[in-house]
Design a protein around this ligand. Sequence first.
Ligand code: FAD
Length: 408
Amino acid sequence: MEIGILGGGIAGLSVALALRKRGYHPRVYERRAGPATMGAGVTLWPNASFVLEELGLLQDIQAVGGRPLTMRRQDAAGNALGGLDIGLLDRTMGYPTYTVLRRHLQQVLLHHAARAGIPVAFGHRAVSIELDAHGRAVAHFEHGASIRPDLLIGADGRMTSVARKFVAGDNTPIYQGFVNWIGVAQGPHALVDDMSIRDFWGAGQRFGCVPVRPELVYWAAAQARPLHGATPAAGMRQEVEKLFAGWPDPVSRLIRATPENAIRLIAVHDLEPLHTWSRANVLLVGDAAHAPLPTSGQGACQALEDAWHLARCLDGASGGLDELFQAFAKLRAPKTARLAEQGRVFARGLFATDPETCRIRDERAKASDPVRDVQALAAGWGQGLPMPGGADSMPAEDGGAGSLYRIE
Ligand SMILES: Cc1cc2nc3c(=O)[nH]c(=O)nc-3n(C[C@H](O)[C@H](O)[C@H](O)COP(=O)(O)OP(=O)(O)OC[C@H]3O[C@@H](n4cnc5c(N)ncnc54)[C@H](O)[C@@H]3O)c2cc1C
């Protein structure tokens, strides 16, 4: 079977690797001229590490990634608001969490794709998909070439997916009322005291710092603002520094340790759950199918999960592509829709500007039970995967609490 994949991001490359492992010969078509060098980083939670291990990539991720053991929350004045015991989450789910720069993750994926003999055609921007006389999809590229594989996988991301337009019509991403400035700070010496992820909450503002190493830290500064105020302008570093002046250490230090040209402004959009992820012989995966807000922390992790599930569904599908697409959507749609909704709910609280709402939000965060938080995350993120701590691994009689204390 000929398989073409539009998009060489996290979803496209991981799907290609998962399919190659099962004996298929996918080809990847990426619009960029070469590997991406921009973007900050991603946190790969244990469910992502499970997939990376299955794909044989986890050792390489470990070599370039950081290993955070806690996430500490504070308000803008420095008062503690609790946090997350990542070490306990990792032990509960049986896999480690890694923080990694996006370009390093991409390098690892591309390196393994090259080793597996997967052709990645850069400079191939898909501009449209149409059906031929036999009802098979043909993808056309900007420079005039076209492909007509047996299975066409749309992994062309969140904002302008050509594949999503073909499958679901005019389903445009929705601006969720806040912007992110993302950056990577690098210093000759340590910029942070330890490897904790730090999360600072203000009124309508948030700052998150994620160390990969003590001297290499990616960050995201966020602010609620209308879409018309979400255009990048010169002097972004100064603007962010001013907006977060007076916030606790190490916020200002990180902003100052980031070159202006390493800061990017993103108007943050997500997707309504689609009514379908497939049409004819085209299937959507990753952000093209289900792009959650970054506040879900799970976009890349879910793209990786798609790869793992799709390869297994393809193996099991004796009844053709329709059966494959249905099996895949049945497995993936409920979980991705739930995570997208959780990302929205969390964002509403985070970007509230009313002082009373912020006070209640902070009190709730402070009062939350760290063990139950880990339990809930492990159940939600592990769902559908054969890993400890996930909802599927829980004995029915104790509602799942029994798996919490599993230490491996
Ligand atoms: C600020 C921010 C922070 C985030 N942090 C995290 C995190 O900590 N953890 C996490 O799990 N997720 C995180 N995410 C989400 C995560 O980045 C995405 O969910 C993930 O990148 C999705 O992978 P993808 O391959 O589907 O899309 P992408 O990574 O966007 O890749 C799509 C690829 O398709 C290519 N492409 C696009 N259009 C075409 C076309 N027409 N023809 C050919 N190629 C095309 C693009 O160039 C790109 O290479 C974050 C997102 C943001 C915005």
